[in-house]
Ligand binder design. Structure first.
Ligand SMILES: [Zn+2]
Length: 311
């Protein structure tokens, strides 16, 4: 593998709904998940968030409803035969239109949501085409700017969930020097099958960002333990993941055998953490893990001042 590069990733904005990342061009109706200023299809500066477009559509449809209501009033006035009828139709029509307008203002949010659903539904093909274009941009970027390539894929991955994009992201991440302060993710990148690059990535995160190592990642390394142990630094990966798992009691409860297997290789600071957990839970045997921890303690750390505090 090439030498890893230091990078500073651009901030990643998490949104509540995936569609919030989507923007549509007001001119040619193309879609994009990226942050470009100009539409990649027509070159115009007319990209707006889909939610904004939905609001425009909602207002437009409400406007036509009001227009219809006024036209009906007008028709009624035209067909009136007496002056009184004209007055009544006019007043009634205006009152109804006003009521409709008041009602519409209350319903704007609901109508916008309905219009958004409709917009996403009828634009499905164009959205796919837009993302396909985004992907082309990504592959072009990957060749000479891995960082930009990764950032583009990260945005695409909020909308498209598939292993090919995840694997590309993992491969690119493996070309960077990863740091604790980076906005990294693990669970969304998990694959079904065994992939050495993913195992390596999990091992690296277990070192620099332990809090990202959760059930999914632990289950993954356990499922492919045999394959990982065949890798060059496989045992190291398994040990760092075990070291990350002992940060919470719930993981020791769920995976005592796994931690048992690697307890002996844990670095002192991680073993201390495990030791504290064992001491704090005197009634748990964790399927023999407790005895193993005592044995390791007696062999290696009995006289260690760090451990004395816990006596
Ligand atoms: Zn356009």
């Amino acid at each position: 593998m090439n030498k890893k590069k230091p990078v500073r990733l651009r901030p990643y904005y998490k949104t509540r709904y995936t569609y919030e990342k989507l923007r549509v061009c007001k001119h040619c109706r193309s879609f994009t998940v990226l942050w470009e200023d100009k539409c990649a299809s027509c070159g115009k500066h007319m990209l707006i968030p889909v939610m904004e477009q939905a609001k425009i559509n909602a207002k437009r449809s409400m406007q036509s409803e009001r227009l219809i209501s006024l036209l009906i009033t007008l028709a009624a006035v035209l067909f009136s035969q007496t002056f009184l009828q004209i007055i009544l139709c006019l007043l009634g029509g205006i009152a109804l239109t006003a009521l409709l307008w008041w009602f519409q203002r209350k319903m704007l949010e609901t109508e916008t949501r309905r219009q958004l659903d409709k917009l996403l539904r009828i634009s499905e093909r164009r959205i796919i085409e837009g993302i396909y274009l985004n992907l082309t941009t990504a592959s072009a970027a990957i060749k000479d700017d891995e960082q930009l390539g990764y950032e583009i894929l990260r945005e695409i991955a909020t909308i498209v969930h598939n292993d090919r994009i995840r694997l590309q992201q993992i491969m690119l991440l493996q070309t960077f020097v990863l740091r604790k302060d980076m906005e990294l993710e693990l669970d969304p990148l998990m694959l079904d099958g065994f992939e050495p690059a993913l195992a390596e990535y999990i091992g690296e995160l277990a070192k620099i960002k332990r809090e990202l190592v959760k059930n999914k990642a632990i289950r993954y390394v356990l499922l492919y333990e045999r394959e990982i142990l065949r890798m060059k630094n496989g045992a190291g990966i398994m040990t760092t993941v075990a070291g990350a798992a002992v940060r919470m009691k719930k993981y020791v409860d769920s995976y005592p055998d796994f931690i048992h297997r690697y307890a002996r290789q844990l670095p002192q600071e991680r073993f201390l953490r495990l030791y504290q957990l064992v001491r704090r839970n005197p009634n748990q045997s964790w399927n023999g893990l407790r005895d193993e921890v005592s044995a390791i303690y007696n062999e290696k750390y009995r006289w260690d001042p760090e451990f004395q505090k816990w006596e």
